[in-house]
Design a binder for this molecule. Structure first.
Ligand code: ZN
Length: 273
């Protein structure tokens, strides 16, 4: 599943390819995405100029210029979606569902085998999807006081809190595992019990792990591609994720795998406490 660093990578790779471009035509080849695309989807986009590309958590917002203020195309990549920009002439591939043809001669194509992806055109204020999007962990850093407020009275495991999209937007299973390893904190620790210096370590680890992933071009899953069609290479960097039984990169103790809230969870029993 594309996580925050992948979506940020897609955003950065889209910017030089779509900003300032006008959508001249739209091909809808499959309407049945997470929400069915309405009949007027193509007409709502045709002639619109893409002003800028923003990210809120794992949502992308392509700001559109047309008469009505604050209009945008909202995109979520779901479980398996990718956005690729390629020459309009190129043939459609399997699972290419929507193509936005630009005045540059290129097309932005949504490819999504599992069809959990989302595309929606409208006024930003009307996108209910964005209302529960939590704080962006890549944007402004959280202060010590904000971290304390975040964990106060939260008795759930810290890993579950990190993955709560209403609290911090965009952190999925892979990066939650990695940042807790980096911070030396066991995933099952109750959030409310974390001490000040542990929260400080977690804050640093969060920004290092996510920042590094963006720098390396997104991650993680076999079919991830940025908008230029380049694969991400972060998977070679995972310290604990999907490494149950393998030696910890720091102390060589075998990495443990447990299941927490139904998700595979990995940690080093020596380096994390
Ligand atoms: Zn270790």
């Amino acid at each position: 599943m594309p996580e925050l660093p992948e979506v940020e990578t897609v955003r950065r790779s889209l910017i030089p390819r779509v900003e300032g471009r006008t959508i001249v035509a739209v091909d809808v080849r499959e309407r049945r995405l997470r929400r069915p695309l309405p009949a007027d989807f193509a007409a709502a986009l045709r002639g619109a100029r893409i002003e800028s590309v923003e990210r809120r958590g794992k949502y992308l917002l392509l700001h559109l210029d047309r008469a009505v203020e604050e209009r945008a195309l909202l995109i979520h990549l779901g479980m398996s979606g990718s956005l690729v920009v390629r020459p309009r002439a190129s043939a459609f591939r399997r699972h290419d569902h929507v193509a936005l043809h630009l005045d540059s001669g290129c097309s932005v194509v949504l490819n999504d085998a599992r069809r959990f992806g989302l595309m929606r055109v409208g006024r930003i204020a009307e996108f209910a999807e964005l209302r529960n999007v939590g704080r962006d962990p890549l944007a402004t850093p959280l202060s010590a006081a904000e971290w304390r407020a975040l964990v106060r009275d939260r008795r759930l495991p810290i890993k579950s809190l990190l993955m709560d999209q209403k609290v911090l937007a965009g952190i999925g299973n892979i990066y939650a595992n990695e940042m807790l390893y980096e911070a030396g904190i066991r995933p099952r620790r109750r959030a409310a019990n974390l001490r000040g210096r542990e929260l400080e370590r977690l804050d640093g680890a969060m920004r290092r792990v996510l920042g590094e992933a963006v720098r390396l071009g997104g991650s993680s899953i076999s079919d991830f591609r940025d908008a230029g069609g380049n694969p991400g290479y972060f998977q070679i960097q995972h310290a604990v994720y999907d490494r149950g039984g393998a030696p910890c990169p720091r102390c060589a103790a075998p990495i443990r795998r447990v299941v927490l809230s139904g998700r595979s969870t990995f940690y080093c029993p020596t380096c994390q406490s």
